[in-house]
Design a protein around this ligand. Structure first.
Ligand SMILES: [Zn+2]
Length: 346
């Protein structure tokens, strides 16, 4: 009994020492790796801090689980009685790493100090084929040129993780859909991760890229939503893409006071989507005071390497009851579904 209490107290104090110095590492992080970015979570795990990188689900299943990879840990080495930062990459034992705070470019930088431990014992070609097998879910989905470029970037950046904190806003009934992290299938670029956040003073919201691609990199805003511009469109209006294409922000009156009513929702004919069988048919209102609209928004487009970035008119259609929002890109006859990430508690 006494021994157990001592063990417990020891574990508590070890956690305390680690937390005292490195507690500010806890939370969600965006990886600064142009253009692809990445999502990291650092949490307490068995008396240590554990950093895990989460890749999006396989492209064949947007509702599938995120793919976790342990990257580094911070713990107390009991025999040496000092903090130990370990890199968990590679195929052998955990090995030394280092952490720096608040460099010019990032809040936290993790570095591997022993890259020799990353080599696969059977050589780099075996390692590459293992990685491709992983990326293609055992060769069940194609390995594209985009995938190859992304993998090359990941491999080049394995020794160094530069991280910027992701602040997820607390839930509040004032939002048309709650803020947080979402996944969407961005055509050839595959599944990407986004942060939805609000500025209710300005009545605006942004969908920021946590992962990105060679056109619009991670860290850039993909969608700017103007919450002052709610729209209630009839079914016929929604089917008339040519008229919607001409609709500009100025054409829609600012409105704080639109009578609550359900409005139909239809995907315009000829639009391509990556949606599954679920498509809501109404924008339902939620309770007595708040109701869901469709909002005018602007979507980011750009050439390769973020060349000539531009903003085009899109519509943002939230469905809070289903934890999903749609973005309609009229110019491209395309609609994206953004699904909330539910894999971990934020
Ligand atoms: Zn390492």
């Amino acid at each position: 009994m006494g021994h157990n209490i001592l063990c417990y107290l020891y574990k508590r104090s070890v956690t305390y020492i680690v937390l005292h110095k490195y507690g500010r590492c806890l939370g969600l992080w965006k990886r600064n790796m142009r253009p692809y970015g990445g999502l990291m979570q650092i949490k307490v795990d068995n008396g240590r801090l554990l950093a895990t990188e989460y890749k999006p689900p396989y492209v064949s299943d947007v509702h599938g689980p995120l793919r976790p990879k342990k990257v580094f840990s911070i713990s107390i080495n009991k025999s040496k009685n000092r903090t130990e930062i370990l890199c968990l990459h590679g195929y052998g034992e955990a090995h030394p790493g280092s952490i720096e705070f608040e460099t010019e470019e990032s809040d936290v930088v993790f570095k591997c100090c022993q890259m020799s431990s990353h080599a696969h014992p059977k050589g780099s070609s075996v390692e590459l084929s293992i990685m491709i097998k992983k990326e293609t879910n055992n060769h069940t989905i194609p390995f594209t040129i985009d995938d190859q470029k992304r993998l090359e970037c990941y491999m080049k950046n394995v020794p160094k993780y530069r991280l910027t904190r992701i602040e997820v806003q607390r839930p509040d009934p004032v939002y048309p859909i709650q803020p947080g992290l979402f996944l969407a299938h961005y055509s050839a670029h595959g599944i990407e991760m986004f942060l939805l956040k609000y500025d209710m003073n300005k009545k605006e919201a942004e969908v920021i890229k946590i992962t990105g691609d060679p056109n619009v990199p991670a860290g850039e805003t993909s969608i700017y939503i103007n919450l002052r511009k709610p729209m209630q469109l009839t079914k016929d209006q929604q089917l008339d893409v040519n008229s919607l294409l001409l609709l500009e922000e100025e054409d829609i009156p600012d409105s704080d006071d639109v009578q609550p009513r359900n409005q139909p929702f239809v995907i315009p004919p000829g639009f391509s989507t990556f949606l599954d069988d679920f498509t809501p048919t109404t924008c339902e209102y939620r309770n007595k005071t708040l109701f869901i609209y469709r909002y005018f928004a602007r979507g980011r487009i750009a050439g390769d390497d973020y060349r000539d970035p531009d903003l085009i008119s899109v519509h943002f259609v939230p469905f809070e009851a289903h934890d999903v929002f749609f973005v309609l890109w009229f110019k491209f006859w395309d609609m994206d579904g953004f699904y909330r990430i539910k894999d971990f508690n934020i």
